[in-house]
Design a protein around this ligand. Structure first.
Ligand SMILES: [Zn+2]
Length: 497
């Protein structure tokens, strides 16, 4: 009797072990035998297994092969690697790189061609989610979302929460800047220069954050910038304003992400404890001439506070590299650019007109001088990043594409460049992948849907022929991009000649 019970138990055990999960699909995708690389907490244990997608969701992830019936596609994953769709949490899709509004008006065809290609260029490099960290109109959102092949787009509303006459509204002409920045914050000290038609009550942190929330945003973008490149000293938010912005953001379920790249800005923002720093700390002010490899105590203490409070830190190393690129005549000759930037636009960049920003930035400087200046800033940016990375900082992947009217930050291409610069800075490959997946998803409250290869999450995936935990170049070996369960061959995303 005892023996029979035992046999039955063993039988059940075997049945349980070998029973295949049965899946009936109506609009499915099966990727068998791929190395699945995903994490919830930053540690990776890749395994060879199966990913099954039904419609726009991940239905199954496991080592064991499921038994699938119904209607589905199969992509053999043997020898290949699947990672979650990449998230760039700092872009501006509202620009044509290298152009000012009057250039876009003068060249509507180039502008149109660029805007049709731009969403595909992000996908081409594996970016299935973008966060637009600056002003965007509903029309621009709708236009982007009407494209058949595009990443998911999240935004921060009609404009950032810039203080009156502060960065970046200072770039707009005075008669126009307040209309162009509907979410500006009223500053008593600027009252004389604010047109009377704007009511202070409509421009408190509470009123502004409420408006941003109602526009469908996921985050509030603000700024702490006292000026650079010979600008007059700009007004900056007071501690009280920044604390109110943070409090109101949280009360509305939004993330507060703030522009800042100087020691003054980072130490102020770390003190307040904002959610995300939209840039790395590369403007070391009075320490700007210290040797490239030394981290001044004050910089280190600020980074320590950022780490201790687990504030998201977005390195955006390509901000520096993408400006320096204007002094490098090899930049535009990179073969990879032709795949993601329309030829007519590449040609325009080479004209005298297209060189306007390079001329404005570097005017009297020689090429060598430019490189010396930027190499120094980048060395500091990398040193700060390495310190964050070595000490458990929360690194978020973001490029700030484009960070200025430079043609040096191109959609998608710039993301791949950012990956390479992060590796150059000494960030380990597993941290780089987390920064562009789970870290960004969590920091921007998107992790219920995005950031890992988990049953129930949205089917945003990238299939690579090389392993991104082994070599950074893997990010340029994308074979397929899957957005919301829709499979797209990489080749279909590039500009056809
Ligand atoms: Zn930006």
């Amino acid at each position: 009797m005892k023996r029979i019970v035992l046999l039955i138990l063993i039988g059940q055990f075997v049945a349980c072990q070998s029973r295949q999960k049965e899946l009936n699909l109506s609009q499915g995708l099966h990727i068998p035998n791929a190395t699945i690389i995903s994490t919830e907490d930053g540690t990776y244990t890749p395994f060879i297994g199966h990913v099954v997608v039904e419609k726009d969701k991940i239905l199954y992830v496991d080592e064991k092969e499921p038994r699938i019936t119904g209607t589905f596609e199969r992509i053999d994953g043997s020898g290949k690697f699947v990672v979650p769709g990449l998230i760039d949490s700092h872009v501006h899709i509202t620009e044509v790189q290298g152009m000012l509004p009057h250039h876009m008006e003068k060249y509507p065809e180039i502008t149109e061609e660029f805007n049709r290609q731009m969403p595909k260029s992000y996908l081409y490099h594996g970016f299935t989610t973008l966060v637009n960290l600056g002003g965007i109109s509903q029309e621009q959102i709708d236009d982007f979302n009407s494209q058949p092949l595009r990443p998911d787009l999240y935004h921060t509303g009609r404009s950032g929460a810039s203080v009156a006459n502060g960065y970046p509204m200072n770039f707009a002409p005075e008669h126009h800047r307040f209309e162009a920045t509907p979410n500006f914050i009223y500053l008593e000290s600027e009252a004389e220069r604010i047109p009377h038609k704007f009511e202070p009550a409509d421009h408190t942190p509470m009123a502004v954050v409420g408006r941003i929330k109602r526009s469908g945003a996921i985050a509030v973008k603000s700024y702490y910038e006292s000026g650079f490149r010979g600008m007059p000293k700009l007004p900056v938010p007071t501690r009280e304003i920044m604390e109110e912005l943070l409090e109101e953001s949280h009360a509305n379920g939004l993330v507060l992400t703030v522009h800042g790249n100087s020691l003054e800005a980072h130490s102020f923002l770390a003190g307040v404890g904002v959610d995300v720093l939209a840039h790395g700390l590369w403007n070391w002010e009075r320490y700007k001439d210290v040797p490239k490899d030394s981290l001044p105590l004050e910089v280190k203490q600020t980074l320590d506070l950022i780490i201790q409070k687990q504030i998201g830190y977005t390195p955006t190393l390509t901000v520096i590299a993408g400006e320096e690129a204007l002094a490098d005549d090899r930049f535009l000759n990179q073969p990879g650019l032709k795949k993601v930037v329309p030829q007519k636009l590449l040609d325009w960049y080479r004209t005298e007109e297209g060189q306007w920003f390079a001329n404005e930035l570097f005017g009297e400087y020689g090429v060598d001088q430019v490189h010396t200046i930027y190499e120094n800033i980048q060395a500091h940016a990398m040193l700060a990043l390495k310190y964050l990375s070595d000490n458990n900082g929360l690194i978020l992947f973001g490029t700030d594409t484009p960070s200025s009217p430079t043609y040096g930050n191109q959609p998608g291409h710039n993301g791949y460049w950012e990956f390479k610069l992060m590796e150059e800075a000494g960030v380990p490959l597993h941290q780089i992948l987390s920064s562009a997946t789970i870290n960004n998803a969590k920091a921007f409250h998107l992790d219920a849907q995005l950031g890992s290869i988990t049953t129930g999450k949205k089917a945003n995936l990238v299939l690579l022929s090389k392993n991104p935990l082994k070599e950074i170049e893997a990010y340029n070996t994308i074979e397929q991009v899957i957005v919301g369960g829709k499979r797209i061959e990489r080749k279909k995303l590039e500009i056809s000649e």
